[in-house]
Design a binder for this molecule. Structure first.
Ligand code: ATP
Ligand code: MG
Length: 284
């Protein structure tokens, strides 16, 4: 947020940012002109993307479109060749996963997020364990915090918070990974194909969680091939085609066929949204 406005009557410091996005409030994260190549492969070409707080943005695209590379660039795993990133309107340089974590960016991968041999509490505190005064691990405090977070997200299907993660279902594992992101006050959560390997009930649970993250005021980016999931949970859609942002707008600007058109050809004749083909449209 900007410094107190000296021209404002009374010169009062600005209050907390409004929860509802308005045209005056910059998105939590804004990418402009991000490119990334690997040898001869241009994985991303001048990509623009806005991720507003309190909204779910679905990142769509065919296999190889650049979704994971874009996610990893935001997560500090890949360095962009060119382009800028703005966090609440200020330019930032995310050069490592540590930089991303410091901003409050958490990435949830289907398989890599959790340590199988540890239980839920241990996973949620991994690397950030709480210690009591004598440096013993404060197991009670960690268990309370983990339990509180899980219940605030209404994750109720887990039998015991002390269950090893290896014994959880795919959906429950996702739930723990998401709860971990919430517990650590993340501000942007990116989920790469969170429901790809899940059954119907588990998918529902993960989509409910995504909605709750948004209700907590977080910016959420979900990568999904499943248009049912996208239309159920997203407020905005961004479609990558061969490394370029083919379309980006509020969900009302799309129907399923338009999204499929953009995913497969990079354009659409069905909708005004196609005017933005080839370059990221700023959202309404
Ligand atoms: N580490 C890498 N080295 C070289 N090329 C890469 C690397 N990572 C991705 N690519 C290439 O970049 C392009 C985009 O890949 P990316 O993984 O982002 O696709 P995706 O949209 O996530 O696809 P999928 O839906 O299959 O997961 C592909 O052509 C891929 O081969
Ligand atoms: Mg991918």
């Amino acid at each position: 947020m900007s410094d107190p406005d000296p021209t404002r009557p009374g010169g009062a410091a600005p209050g907390p940012a409004p929860a509802v996005p308005s045209p005056d409030v910059p998105p939590l994260l804004r990418l402009r002109g991000i490119s990334k190549h690997f040898g001869a492969v241009q994985a991303l070409y001048r990509v623009d993307l806005d991720l507003p707080a309190g909204e779910v943005t679905a990142l769509c695209g065919d296999n190889g479109a650049g979704k994971s590379v874009l996610t990893k660039t935001i997560a500090g795993i890949h360095a962009a060749d060119e382009g800028e990133m703005y966090w609440e309107g200020r330019q930032v340089h995310i050069r490592s996963p540590r930089d991303a974590a410091a901003l409050g960016i958490e990435t949830v991968y289907q398989d890599l997020a959790l340590a199988d041999n540890l239980d839920i509490v241990q996973n949620m505190f991994l690397g950030r364990e709480r210690r009591s005064r004598r440096m013993f691990l404060d197991e009670d405090a960690m268990e309370r915090a983990a339990t509180q977070t899980m219940s605030s997200l209404r994750v109720t299907t887990v039998r015991s918070i002390r269950q090893p993660v290896a014994t959880l279902s795919g959906g429950q594992r996702q739930a723990v990974a998401v709860a971990k992101a919430v517990m650590w006050n993340s501000r942007l959560v990116m989920l790469d194909e969170p429901t790809a390997a899940l059954g119907v009930a588990q998918t529902r649970m993960v989509l409910d969680l995504v909605r709750r993250l948004k209700d907590h005021g977080l910016a959420v980016m979900v990568i999904s091939h499943n248009l049912n999931d996208v239309f159920e949970v997203a407020d905005r859609i961004a479609v990558l085609h061969l490394g370029r942002m083919a379309a980006q707008d509020r969900i009302a600007a799309f129907d399923r066929q338009t999204v499929v058109d953009f995913m497969t050809t990079g354009g659409s004749t069905r909708d005004a949204t196609s005017a933005g083909a080839g370059q990221g449209r700023s959202q309404a």
